[in-house]
Design a protein around this ligand. Structure first.
Ligand code: NAD
Ligand code: WQD
Length: 331
């Protein structure tokens, strides 16, 4: 299969590229490098023995998109901006990149006859869960920030496109909290500046690059009072995309599928797991809740098991071990 990965040089896209290359697919990475680095290509070649094609370009460039789509069977659409806090201050940039970028991509797909799309959606579309675990039938529409709303808009646009074009197939994969790294330690999550997300922050505290972690809230209605999330190893997530490829080829219409482990770990449990994996102490302070955070979320991943034959296999210890292996190799 010829598979185009928009945003394929980023965290989740690059790990997915490994699984697809190792499965024998032809992979084209299309990325404007706004949040990634060209050195990823060398690392992918070292890991897989194959060098994917790379096109430096923006998804909002319709002509470049049409060229890139020549001979493509499936698009996996990772490209977008993803920082929740930043999206509150830069809504136009977020809607332009994420929503307008997807519209330009869809228009280019229509013009080139490519009808198969796998989209990076997010558990954020569920907003504050009324019940747990979250199934795909749970209500959406309560996202609390422009980033989350951009994901909702895109999901709805894809549903409309599938209604209008019966030959179109779109899978919205709703990721829970992806963490970890490839076991080689050559690629992983390396945000610029001070990380917003828990795991990259913990990894830098373990490495000594940051002095201590702030734990946002210990008065949630959870077993230890700290937030609970469904963390999933990025290589499990990558496997989920590979399993979605035959599904999107053999089916038409719109579908949403959760990708998570189906169980939650608290912030304190993650700290302890990371300490065990790294052998490093993680100093932390309990501070106020972070605005916009929910107490807990985890998913019911049975639809992915039923329809894609996929379930997560890596443990929280694997996630912390691989994240530390990546972090500790850095200067
Ligand atoms: P990332 O920032 O590492 O990767 C995104 C890639 O897209 C980057 O390489 C960036 O350079 C590229 N990009 C951004 N805007 C572009 C544009 N206009 N044209 C071309 N390329 C562009 O992020 P990630 O963590 O790999 O996330 C991938 C996707 O998954 C995103 O859509 C994100 O919203 C979604 N997602 C991520 C998480 C998470 O926690 N990481 C959770 C749920 C959903
Ligand atoms: C996890 C837990 C924090 C940092 C975000 C997006 C979501 C999705 C995944 C893209 C929470 C606590 C964190 C810190 C802490 N991304 N925490 N100290 O907020 O569940 O989800 O990333 O779609 O849309 O919102 O992930 O890693 O930021 O936080 O105590 O320094 O860790 O309060 O309980 P979150 P996170």
């Amino acid at each position: 299969m010829n598979i185009l990965l928009t945003g394929g040089m980023g965290f989740i896209g690059s790990h997915t590229a490994i699984v697809l290359l190792e499965a024998g697919h032809n992979v084209v990475l299309y990325d404007n490098l706004s949040n990634s680095d060209a050195s990823v290509l060398d690392r992918l070649e070292t890991i897989t023995g194959r060098r994917p094609s790379f096109i430096e370009g923006d998804i909002r460039d319709g002509i470049a998109m049409q060229k890139a789509l020549a001979n493509i069977d499936v698009v996996i659409h990772f490209a977008g901006l993803k920082a929740v806090g930043e999206s509150v201050h830069k809504p136009i940039e977020y809607y332009d990149n994420n929503v307008n970028g997807t519209l330009v991509l869809l228009d280019a797909m229509m013009k080139t006859g490519v009808r198969r799309l796998i989209f990076s959606s997010s558990s954020t579309v569920y907003g504050t869960p009324a019940t747990l675990p979250l199934t795909e039938d749970c209500p959406t529409g309560e996202a609390t920030n422009p980033y989350g709303r951009s994901k909702l808009h895109i999901e709805q646009i894809l549903a409309d496109v599938c209604r209008a074009e019966p030959s179109f197939s779109a899978i919205c994969l709703r990721y829970f909290n992806p963490i970890g790294a490839h076991p080689s330690g050559l690629i992983g999550e390396d945000p610029n500046g001070i990380p917003n997300n828990l795991l990259p922050y913990v990894a830098r505290v373990a490495h000594g690059t940051l002095p201590y972690l702030k734990v946002f809230g210990n008065d949630y209605p959870t077993p230890d009072g700290t937030g609970v999330r469904d963390f999933i190893h990025v290589m499990d997530l990558a496997d989920g995309h590979a399993k979605a490829v035959p599904y999107v080829m053999n089916n038409t219409g719109w579908i949403a599928i959760n990708l998570g482990c189906g169980r939650g770990y608290s912030v304190l449990e993650v700290i302890h797991a990371f300490e065990k994996s790294s052998g490093q102490k993680i100093p932390y302070q309990l501070v106020e809740r972070r605005e916009g955070d929910i107490a807990a979320n985890w998913c019911d991943p049975s639809k992915a098991q039923r329809l894609l034959g996929w379930s997560a296999t890596r443990t929280i210890d694997d996630m912390c071990h691989d994240a530390w292996n990546f972090e500790s190799r850095k200067e």
